[in-house]
Write a protein of this length. Structure first.
Length: 212
């Protein structure tokens, strides 16, 4: 498994060229695409998430690691598609109605994809109805909402209420985050989790979906 360890380490360093070479080498050694994903790419991205959460690395390093991971995924994608591999779960992400900030949400999406989730990013200015419709159509297990403006926070509560009205509260978990959001507010509106930063959000997504 030395190749997989090297793959993981080079992903963490953000060396996309080396990640691509090692992914191809692992395939030549007879290692399955799924094993390369799980023990190489996902393992590396999980370490990136841990380091980011503990503030040992910062946003630029996360973005470089994500780009390096994509270099390996590009090699493996045709093999994974033909094998019918399924993601760990589906997560809807979006910045709530009236808000157009995206950096934190983008980071969360990158890191969730990096550990094997299918992420449907609805972008910015997402209404409660759009969140609920996407959760239904995609059969998602979790909705992650972001807000940076205090004036837009009520749309988080409105989304949870819309989920309840649709009979989905509890079936579709909810997590909120953003500079203006607190654990207290999450408790007030009945959100299932609060992600104070991208690393914590990924950990809590795993826990909410029973994967950690």
């Amino acid at each position: 498994m030395d190749t997989l360890k090297a793959l993981s380490e080079n992903l963490r360093k953000g060396d996309g060229l080396k990640v691509k070479e090692l992914t191809q080498a692992a395939l030549r050694d007879g290692i399955s695409a799924q094993t390369i994903i799980d023990k190489g790419l996902f393992a590396g991205m999980a370490e990136v998430g841990r380091l980011f959460k503990e503030e040992e690395i910062y946003v630029p390093e996360v973005l470089m690691a994500a780009k390096a991971m994509q270099a390996g995924v590009d090699v493996l994608e045709p093999l994974l598609a033909s094998a019918g591999n399924k993601p760990m779960g589906k997560i809807i992400l979006g910045t709530v109605k009236g808000d157009v900030h995206n950096l934190g949400r983008n980071l969360v999406g990158i890191m969730l994809k990096g550990i094997g989730f299918k992420v449907i990013d609805l972008g910015e200015n997402v209404s409660p109805e759009k969140f609920v419709d996407a959760a239904i159509s995609e059969k998602a297990q979790l909705i992650g909402m972001s807000a940076l403006l205090t004036t837009t926070m009520p749309y988080m509560k409105a989304t949870i209420e819309a989920l309840q009205k649709a009979g989905l509260k509890g079936k579709v978990k909810t997590m909120i985050g953003g500079a203006c959001v607190t654990q207290r507010y999450a408790d007030e509106i009945g959100a299932d989790a609060y992600g104070e930063n991208a690393g914590v959000a990924v950990d809590k997504a795993n826990k909410l979906l029973g994967l950690k």
